[in-house]
Every structure is written in structure tokens, then in C-alpha cells.
Design a protein around this ligand. Structure first.
Ligand code: SF4
Length: 317
């Protein structure tokens, strides 16, 4: 059976209603970040491969655009690092032939030193890379990268990409309480960000349950203080605002599982993403929890739901 590589549209704090396109298998990534919401990386690599045939991806995107609610963005993202897909450039060009909806690439930015990755990303409208460290030691601690990846190499890649890319770069600065929030770290991250010249700097933190519990979220007032240091282009990524759900519809529990495989979501996230009524979602979540196909984790005042995985990192479906 062909695997499903589109999901949503899901609510995204940064991209509104986002149709996700998952180009690589779950947790195939060049990093194993301590703040990852998806568990440990199962294949840590920098080798690009054709994980899913390009035609198959484009068929699924076409189908999702024709049948589902219209998204604000089509986003290459998902449960692994999308730039590891060697046909990514062809995928982006193909999506742009299908729709005028802007294409975004949600990437950890770790492969932009590779000219082929830069050439692929250049076809997107928005590229959203992550920067979380100002020095190599902090970079290693936070990202636990594949061998050969250094902050210096990645920063060079981001700067080179800026020099050739006419679209928007929205740089995510991911902050973790007590790990990269000292004045010294923030000053180093800001200095790197200035060299990258992003259109926006978006400060984020570990609001969803992370793989390592010491990856703690930064309190809102501290985020505000640090945001001011990054200047007028910076913003704290706001909590997702509930979208109007005018055409609420019944929901297939497989769609809920498909969404929860990519990231932990609250009840409201699921209801908004699937334009479904909360009561309908609650009913299905109750059944999925009872069958141990979904796990609930509390983070602050919110409950997050995630698909339950086997010890080998496989879906229980
Ligand atoms: S947070 Fe993103 S970059 Fe980091 S390990 Fe998870 S999927 Fe990879």
C-alpha cells in the first residue's frame, strides 16, 4: 500500500492552515534534537534519497487540494527533515504547477551548505530554517547532529542561500530555558541571525512535549525580553489562534491518527485542522486512547495527544 504523505490542513502557529507534505519516513533526520516532539531520531543521516517517488507525492497533493479545505500554505515538513528527499526541487516545482498557494519549506537548515539543496529550496516561496545555538558546544548539546555537521558549516550554508534566494526566509530561533537563553548565547545567536538577513525572526520554544524533559519552555515574559534584543523583525510566535470552523464536519479517526503521527496536538488543534466539532473529536480520541493507539501528555496547562508508537518507532496501525 502507498504511504500517505499529505496531512491536514493542520493549524500552524506560523503558517496558518497548512497542508503538510511529508517527504521522508518518520524520524529520518540529520539531527536528534532534545526538543523534538516526535521522539528520538531512528535514522540519523545527511544522505539524500528519493524516499517517495515525486509523481506519487504530486498525485497526493493534487488530491488533497481538490478534495479538502483550502490551506494558506502547502508546507514541506512532517516527521523528518524534508531536504533529505533528493527530488524535493521537482516536488516544489510540481506543486507550483498545481496551485498558486505559496509553498513553504520547514527545515532544520542543516543541509544548505550543499549546493543541490540550495538549488532545490530556491523554488519555494518561504523557507523556514531553525537556529538554536551561538556556538558549537551548544549546537551539539541541542541538536545531537549527524557526523560532519557543524554550526559553522550550517551558518555558511544559510548565508549562501540568502545570497541567491529571492523569497522569504523566516528564521526560527528555538529557545530552551537555561540552555541557550544566557545573555552571551543570545548575543551570539543574534550575531549569526544578522549575517543571514532573514525577513523575519520567529522566536519559538518547547511548548509541546519534547523528547528530553530538560528541554524546558522559556516563560513568556523572558521570550518578550529576548525578542526585543533581536530587533524589529523579530516576533514571538504566537499561540495558534482558533480558526473559524464554519463548515464543521464529521471526522474519520484515521485522519486524527494521520495528524497525530506528525506532531502532538491539543484537542483544539485537531478540531481546527480537520474543521470538525470538538465533541466529535473527543469521541474518537476517547476510543483511540482506550485502544492505546493514542497517548496523552500534559505540558503546562494543556493536554497533547500523539499517536502511540511501538518500541521500534513504528505506528501501531
Ligand atoms: S526537531 Fe526537527 S530537526 Fe530536530 S530531530 Fe526533530 S525532526 Fe529533526
Amino acid at each position: 500500500m502507498k504511504s500517505k504523505c499529505t496531512f491536514g490542513p493542520v493549524p500552524s502557529r506560523r503558517l496558518g492552515r497548512s497542508l503538510g507534505v511529508d517527504l521522508v519516513p518518520s524520524k529520518v533526520c540529520s539531527y536528534d534534537c532534545i526538543f523534538c516532539q516526535l521522539g528520538h531520531t531512528t535514522e540519523k543521516t545527511t544522505e539524500r534519497r528519493l524516499y517517495v517517488p515525486v509523481d506519487e507525492v504530486l498525485d497526493q497533493v493534487n488530491q488533497a487540494l481538490r478534495s479538502g479545505p483550502q490551506p494558506d500554505h502547502v508546507t514541506l515538513s512532517g516527521s523528518g527533515e524534508p531536504t533529505l528527499h533528493s527530488g524535493m526541487g521537482e516536488v516544489i516545482r510540481g506543486i507550483k504547477r498545481l496551485t498558486d498557494i505559496p509553498v513553504a519549506v520547514l527545515t532544520n537548515g542543516s543541509l544548505l551548505w550543499d549546493a543541490a539543496v540550495r538549488e532545490d529550496c530556491v523554488h519555494a516561496d518561504i523557507v523556514l530554517p531553525t537556529l538554536a545555538a551561538g556556538d558549537e558546544e551548544t549546537f551539539e548539546r541541542i541538536h545531537r547532529p549527524a557526523s560532519g555537521l557543524t554550526l559553522g558549516r550550517i551558518a555558511e550554508g544559510l548565508i549562501a542561500f540568502r545570497g541567491m534566494f529571492e523569497g522569504e526566509i523566516w528564521l526560527e530561533v528555538f529557545l530552551l530555558d537555561g540552555i541557550n537563553t544566557s545573555d552571551q548565547q543570545v548575543a551570539k545567536i543574534r550575531a549569526l541571525a544578522e549575517q543571514i538577513h532573514p525577513n523575519r525572526v520567529q522566536l519559538n520554544t518547547a511548548v509541546r512535549p519534547p523528547v528530553e524533559m530538560d528541554a524546558r519552555p522559556v516563560p513568556p515574559e523572558e521570550m518578550g525580553r529576548i525578542c526585543a534584543i533581536f530587533g524589529p523583525r523579530a516576533e514571538v510566535v504566537a499561540e495558534y489562534q482558533t480558526l473559524p470552523t464554519g463548515s464543521e464536519q464529521s471526522v474519520d479517526p484515521r485522519e486524527i491518527l494521520n495528524m497525530l503521527r506528525r506532531r502532538p496536538c491539543t484537542l483544539d488543534d485537531i478540531a481546527d485542522g480537520l474543521t470538525a466539532h470538538r465533541t466529535e473529536v473527543t469521541k474518537h480520541l476517547g476510543a483511540l486512547l482506550a485502544e492505546d493507539r493514542v497517548t496523552a501528555t500534559r505540558r503546562g496547562k494543556k493536554w497533547f495527544y500523539q499517536e502511540t508508537m511501538t518500541e521500534g518507532g513504528e505506528s501501531k496501525r
